[in-house]
Design a protein. Structure first.
Length: 297
């Protein structure tokens, strides 16, 4: 499933053509994805101008000039692509394998009039676990899945003091606490494993063990906070990670997977300088965890 860096990469790719553009037509080629499309969906958004394109956790938010917001989620295999002119996708980047495109999975097409002329933004989703829904901007904080989310790891609101307040006295494993969207919004399995490795923290440790007795963050928690922010920033700069279905809006692939230090590297030598350990894999709450027991304490 695309994680925060992948969704942020999609947002940045779509923003130049979608922001300020008018939705001339919304073409829906089936009645539903994970959920049915909203009633009269096309009629409600056609003629509206897209005022901004933002993101909350793993949700893409297409904000319209009448106060409505199209909430998009990529699910397991969803992707957007930009088509111009005769409908050919922009040139793919030169990555490790070519992007496949099966038009039978093109389920929604935004026909846009913008500064660059007529552009189509196509939503493709072979597994149909993604969705496009509609809500009011005023109701966004109460939208299912968005309500109760913690701070973004890319924003100034995430700091060690916030994490200390969430983790204090918790016996929950550190890995599980970081995946809890109420603590931090948008973190997924890949980037939690990578951040814990960078901070040299064992994913099995109790979350409360890195909070001081007075409730303040320990030096380890400060380092973890910095590692989370850094790994997310590096992943966004790399266009996210393309493991199965993630592609960028121009058809190219993200390449952060080539920089993984522990994720999906079971048996490999640990990349920490001077460490003689190897990457191990365990299962926590049904999810694979990759770490080095020799240097993650």
């Amino acid at each position: 499933m695309p994680e925060l860096p992948e969704v942020e990469t999609v947002r940045r790719g779509l923003s130049p053509v979608m922001e300020g553009a008018r939705i001339a037509r919304l073409e829906l080629r089936r009645p539903d994805l994970r959920f049915p499309f909203p009633e009269d969906f096309a009629a409600k958004v056609e003629g509206r101008t897209i005022s901004s394109l933002s993101r909350r956790a793993k949700y893409l938010l297409i904000e319209l000039d009448d106060g409505a917001v199209i909430v998009a989620h990529l699910g397991m295999s969803g992707s957007f692509r930009i088509e111009e002119g005769a409908g050919e996708a922009q040139t793919p980047g030169d990555f490790h394998h070519p992007r496949g495109k099966d038009e039978k999975h093109d389920h929604a097409v935004f026909h846009l009039d913008g500064a660059a002329g007529r552009v189509r933004v196509v939503y493709n989703d072979p597994r149909r676990f993604g969705f496009l829904q509609l809500t009011a901007r005023a109701d966004l904080d109460r939208y299912p899945g968005i309500a109760g989310l913690g701070p973004e790891p890319t924003g100034n609101s995430l700091d060690a003091a916030h994490l200390a307040g969430r983790f204090a006295k918790k016996s929950q494993p550190l890995k599980s606490a970081l995946l809890d969207q109420r603590n931090i919004a948008g973190l997924g399995n890949i980037y939690v494993c990578e951040a814990l490795w960078r901070a040299h923290l064992d994913p099995r440790r109790a979350a409360g063990s890195i909070v001081l007795g007075d409730g303040k963050p320990s030096a380890e928690l400060v380092l973890l906070n910095e590692a989370i922010r850094a790994v997310i920033s590096d992943a966004i700069a790399a266009g996210g990670s393309s493991l199965r279905d993630h592609i960028q809006t121009d058809g190219s692939l993200g390449y952060f997977q080539h920089s993984f230090s522990v994720y999906d590297r079971e048996g490999s030598a640990c990349a920490t300088p001077g460490c003689a350990g190897h990457v191990e894999r365990i299962v926590q709450a049904g999810r694979s965890t990759f770490f080095c027991a020799a240097c993650q304490h």
